[in-house]
Design a protein around this ligand. Structure first.
Ligand SMILES: C[S@@+](CC[C@H](N)C(=O)[O-])C[C@H]1O[C@@H](n2cnc3c(N)ncnc32)[C@H](O)[C@@H]1O
Length: 397
């Protein structure tokens, strides 16, 4: 990830302020919440191209390390690089190391095709059939499908930013207008798609996570959500070289009380991915497991009110918070950290992880002017998140 190490800065950051199209909204300093010895850490709120996110500033030996905050994800990565450079230039820092120089990409990624999750909650509409590829990697399969099927709206999901940028370049070069790309965990994404809309969901060569099975894409929740978004006779299509992953998924699918399952070994597809080429050269078997949907589901309601009560005293609230997680049967809340906004009274960020146990969500709650809101986008309207939000509302009252 892009970062800059610098020392000796000559100026304090003034907030709010603007430099080179980057707005610095506020700077918040770590509060001694976890009681662990640690160096001072800052969260800096920046806005660039109408997108607000956080940077992290840490002391490292005699130096300062500046990078993007892990919880507030943002693409394209150039936004982060520009913000890091503007910060260091604002404080007149002396750069010791930087990997934020302009990339030599000849074709700039086409942002028209890269969408935030909010777009899918508020604006996404299509009369076309939808097909989704999860973890498209190099994008060979997704690009091939989009070229062959101009009447289908494709959605590509990836969490690896360089793969996203590489795909967006190709979308532009090949002038494709039927691919939308989202930088989002596929296990969470489908909750935003209306029921019975999707013709095919491709999961090709997912990471098998032999040692961390909870990180796998396939789970009971994922399969049920896939069945909800799939049209009648739509398919959830797994292709894998991992015998263990194949057996794990077949086991989950054969325990369903709905759907039809088809299994193939070493089936040829019109396009072969980078991973597939590698496994085939090694003489490995390739397994296909297709689940066909034979049910019609009710539509979902995405309009949940994730607001907080008014008149919140940040300085008082943080004294009542504990590092101990609140664990209920079907959700949890863990307050991870607290940051106090400098030069503004009674305001700051509370960093929390919450929601369901197998799909926890990390977010900041920003409290300013006695009002609280989730920083960046709202939580997904899942039942665990709604319950956790109600509890948070009580805690911040
Ligand atoms: C082994 S690669 C396979 C890439 C591609 N499908 C192929 O066949 O070449 C797995 C891809 O899934 C992506 N991935 C892993 N977990 C994911 C998740 N939860 N949501 C979206 N993408 C994910 C990874 O970033 C990686 O690019």
């Amino acid at each position: 990830m892009p970062h800059i190490v610098f020392n000796k800065y000559n100026k304090q950051l003034v907030t709010p302020s603007k430099k080179d199209d980057v707005t610095f909204n506020f700077q918040a300093k770590s509060y001694n919440f976890t009681q662990k010895e640690r160096n001072t850490e800052y969260k800096i709120s920046v806005t660039k191209d109408n997108k607000e996110f956080l940077l992290t500033l840490k002391t490292k030996d005699e130096n300062y390390l500046l990078k993007a905050d892990k919880v507030t994800r943002i693409t394209p990565v150039q936004l982060i690089k520009d913000s890091l450079n503007s910060y260091v230039s604002s404080v007149e820092g002396n750069i010791i190391f930087s990997n934020t120089q302009d990339s030599s990409l000849k074709v700039k990624p086409d942002q028209e095709h890269l969408k935030d999750i909010d777009y899918f909650i508020n604006d996404f509409k299509t009369d076309k059939e939808i097909q989704i590829e999860i973890g498209f990697g190099s994008g060979r399969h997704l690009l091939h499908q989009a070229k062959e099927n101009p009447n289908i709206q494709f959605i590509g999901l990836e969490i690896h930013t360089p793969s996203i940028e590489q795909l967006l370049k190709q979308v532009k070069i090949q002038e494709l207008d039927n691919i939308l790309v989202v930088n989002y965990d596929a296990r969470l994404f489908m909750e935003f798609i209306n029921s019975n809309k999707v013709g095919r969901i491709f999961v090709h060569f997912p990471v098998p996570w032999d040692k961390k099975p909870h990180r796998r894409i396939y789970s009971n929740d994922f399969i049920n959500e896939a069945l909800r978004v799939l049209k009648l006779d739509g398919n959830l299509e797994l292709r894998t070289d991992s015998r263990k992953y194949f057996e794990y998924c077949t086991d989950l699918l054969t325990n369903l009380n709905t759907g039809r399952i088809t299994i193939d070994i070493n089936k040829d597809l019109a396009i072969s991915s980078k991973y597939e080429d590698r496994w085939k050269k090694q003489g490995k078997n390739i397994y296909d497991v297709v689940l066909s949907c034979n049910q019609i589901d009710e539509d979902i309601n995405l309009d949940y009110d994730f607001s907080f009560n008014e008149d919140i005293e940040f300085d008082e609230i943080i004294k009542t918070l504990s590092t101990k997680a609140i664990v209920k049967d079907d959700y949890f809340i863990h307050v991870e950290d607290i940051f106090v906004i400098e030069n503004e009274k009674n305001s700051g960020l509370i960093q929390i992880t919450f929601g369901s146990f197998d799909r926890p969500l990390s977010k900041y709650i920003l409290i300013k002017d006695k009002k609280a809101k989730y920083f960046q986008d709202l939580p997904l309207p899942t039942s665990a998140n709604m319950k956790a939000h109600n509890k948070l509302k009580e805690m911040l009252a």
